[in-house]
Ligand binder design. Sequence first.
Ligand code: NAD
Length: 315
Amino acid sequence: MIVLVDLLLMLVDVTISILSAIVQTVIRPRLKCIDGELCLITGAGGALGRLFALEFAKEGAHLVLWDCNADANEHTAKLARELGVKVHTYTVDLARRQNIYETAELVRREVGDVTMVVNNAGVVAGRRLLDCPDELLERTLLVNCHALFWMTKAFLPQMKAKNHGHMVTIASVLGLFSTACVEDYCASKFGAVGFHESLTHGLQAEGLDGIKTTLVCPYIVDTGMFAGCEIRKELQGLIPPLDPLYTVQQSMNAILGEQHMICIPRLMYIPFVSRALLPWEANMATYRFMGGDKCMMPFIKNMEQRTANGHAKTS
Ligand SMILES: NC(=O)c1ccc[n+]([C@@H]2O[C@H](COP(=O)([O-])OP(=O)(O)OC[C@H]3O[C@@H](n4cnc5c(N)ncnc54)[C@H](O)[C@@H]3O)[C@@H](O)[C@H]2O)c1
């Protein structure tokens, strides 16, 4: 009898969640105020990281900016300070666990308790698996996936103590479905998605409703990270690379609206769902039609040429 009541309650919950998700696609949910929060952004010297820093600054959040590229990080800090918020920069190599823990301790002592973490830093090897040095493959996993564990261990305890905080993971649609020639990246982003979801389950199971999580899964963004990547020519106008500012603004809406997950653009929910529902061959047929099966090959070629010329950007 109890199980029937629970089943009924579960069905009511499912219906309400679906209806509220539909309503929220039309009516924008109320956005939370983050004025005075302390927000840490990794990869803050990069394209999306810098835009995130400026959007958080516009909302009045004070910033802790992490990047291994000190100059780029300082440039972001300068732009953010012009918006009137306090900004602290740290040069950190996220591929080194100890470096993360030590810098986190420094932040606690010098700045205080971080209340929002945006795990944004990311890299891709950009080589064919069999030609790629092992260290480059390892680095992708360390930065895009392992660092999430250490960041969480370093900053979640303070959030748990106050039941207040927000963990954001900038993953990718390549953490939800995959394509050829980016094995390191897909493995790391699938790992990031799994990590993020399990963490969210854990927080909910512990009743820590004051700690929010948001998973951001963008399609290719026009930042140069996947320069050269292209789908079938006739469809490129339909799904062009995303504008970086648009991507960050959509992500901000999801973060401030305390949304659990966002795919940008929404169209990307289709391959995500069809991957689970359709047979492999059916998905392959759609990939071949769209040119999604070989979309990374021009990117890899591009990277190979840049490597040959001695100026590959592997981050
Ligand atoms: N650009 C895209 O097409 C795209 C698509 C989907 C998801 N994403 C994700 O968005 C995030 C930001 O991407 P982006 O396009 O702004 O890239 P980007 O290369 O412009 O920026 C990445 C930043 O991370 C920093 N970084 C790299 N390795 C680091 C390390 N070991 N320690 C500390 N900092 C390190 C770099 O210095 C750089 O400033 C990444 O996680 C990426 O995977 C990007």
